[in-house]
Design a protein around this ligand. Structure first.
Ligand code: C2E
Ligand code: CA
Ligand code: CA
Length: 414
């Protein structure tokens, strides 16, 4: 047995209500509820809401439910008289296959969404699965779970090394958030960062990241690994004074090197507030880097006015480096221009030896990507750094670099 919850709306009800008045409109809904009850199998229930009739019934299969809803929408279309005013009543139905869920606000909301979709499609009814609306539902649950995870310390940081392309030395590590959810598995940051931004949890989340990055850095230092750590700062926070004060206090109390990666769009909302904060960060010795460069619309000339030391070219340009026509040119001119403006350049998303070799030839300062190292747990990061120190030396074979250089000379890069 499956429970179906539905909302039956009279078409153009709002306009009708204005014409016939509120109390008659209520009468109309009561009449509709009575008609529905007469048409549905037992057991079922139908009751008038504010603007529509809500109902629930159960049936054996989804096909049976579809059939009933179709029948219902056809049978409810009828000539109706109210206070001497005759009109043809037609309805649209939004229904949810609720499985064995009890009727709740969430279910009503989902039926409203189904109704909205039916109207958009100009369909007489739409039966949606409760699971179709899971994302909307998830948003709510995830937010609650995320707050809990911050409190329970149930998040983790992975670190992805940034490597000097000339020497192969590990210059720093970027902290990337990981959320192992107890039932949903590993949730990627792309999915919960925006949620945290929208729900006002991003400051707490970033404070968590900063606190743990500082603690991990101290731990690394104790075992002889001195490593700068970069953390990602959401655009929402860049102009935030409270966040600035918290971050400055925490970093001042620690004794390592912390960098901030910020996206170019961070300057959009409150450019003056953002600039003031960036200047305070920079004055406090925090290395600032522009993340995802190229994915937005800022010009280098504008970014140059910011106190930033590093430009990270978005991985989309790097992944297409070896195959694309225009991308190598774009990357090379970005590197040259950034150097002229006294910024260091990092290429993220380096996935192949070819891309790495090209970037080395182009004079890109730092490289980061799956080919060099994936984001690593702290222990694996230690192993990686120690191995690198031992091996010390060029990251790619000289032969490969020479091959690329020869290609460049033949004009492939001009
Ligand atoms: P991002 O800052 O651009 O980080 C780089 C992303 O690219 C990471 O994804 C990383 O795992 C992935 N990546 C690294 N190397 C390669 C490669 O060679 N190829 C490809 N295809 N991808 C590569 P991740 O960890 O899923 O993070 C996604 C985004 O979530 C980050 O993009 C960042 O914007 C955000 N994020 C992660 N941690 C934090 C955080 O603590 N705070 C904030 N505000 N945002 C964070
Ligand atoms: Ca980043
Ligand atoms: Ca990036």
């Amino acid at each position: 047995m499956r429970a179906i919850f539905a909302i039956v709306a009279i078409d153009r009800f709002a306009a009708l209500k204005r014409t016939i008045g509120y109390s008659r409109a209520v009468g109309l809904l009561e009449g509709l509820a009575t008609d529905i009850r007469a048409l549905l199998p037992v057991p079922s229930a139908a009751w008038p809401g504010r603007n529509a009739v809500e109902l629930s019934f159960s049936c054996e299969t989804a096909a049976e439910a579809e059939h009933l809803l179709m029948q219902l929408s056809a049978d409810l279309a009828a000539e109706t008289t109210i206070a001497g005013y005759v009109f043809r009543r037609t309805v649209t139905i939004g229904a949810i296959d609720a499985g064995d869920l009890p009727i709740s606000d969430e279910l009503v909301e989902m039926a409203e969404q189904a109704l909205e979709q039916a109207r958009e499609a100009r369909a007489p009814y739409l039966l949606a699965d409760e699971e179709d609306f899971r994302p909307a539902l998830d948003g709510l649950h995830l937010m609650r779970d995320l707050q809990q995870a911050i409190r329970d310390d149930a998040l983790t940081l992975h670190y992805q090394p940034k490597i000097r392309s000339r020497s192969g030395e590990v210059a720093s590590a970027e902290a990337l958030l990981r959320w192992p959810h107890p039932t949903l598995g590993m949730i990627p940051p792309d999915q919960f960062i925006s949620l945290a931004e929208e729900s006002g949890n991003i400051a707490a989340l970033t404070e968590w990241v900063l606190g743990h990055a500082i603690a991990d850095q101290a731990l690394l230092a104790r075992i002889g690994v001195d490593l700068a750590i970069d953390i990602n700062i959401s655009g929402v926070l860049v102009a935030d004074r409270q966040f600035r004060d918290m971050a400055l206090a925490r970093i001042a109390a620690a004794n390592g090197t912390i960098g901030f990666e910020i996206t170019e769009t961070a300057m959009m909302h409150d450019p003056e507030g953002a600039l003031a904060n960036l200047e305070a960060f920079s004055a406090a010795g925090i290395r600032l880097s522009i993340d995802d460069y190229g994915s937005g619309f800022s010009s280098l000339a504008y970014l140059q006015r910011l106190p930033v030391q590093e430009l990270k070219i978005d991985k989309i340009f790097i992944s297409r480096l070896a195959s694309g026509q225009r991308d190598p040119l774009l990357v090379r001119s970005t590197i040259d221009l950034a150097h002229a403006l006294e910024m260091e350049v990092t290429a993220e998303g380096v996935e192949t030896p070819e891309a790495l070799a090209l970037l080395q030839v182009m004079g890109c300062d730092l490289v980061q990507g799956f080919y060099l190292a994936r984001p690593l747990e702290l222990g694996a990061l230690v192993d990686f750094v120690k191995r690198k120190v031992r091996d010390e030396g060029p990251v790619v074979a000289q032969a490969l670099r020479d091959r690329v250089r020869r290609r460049a000379e033949r004009g492939a890069l001009r």
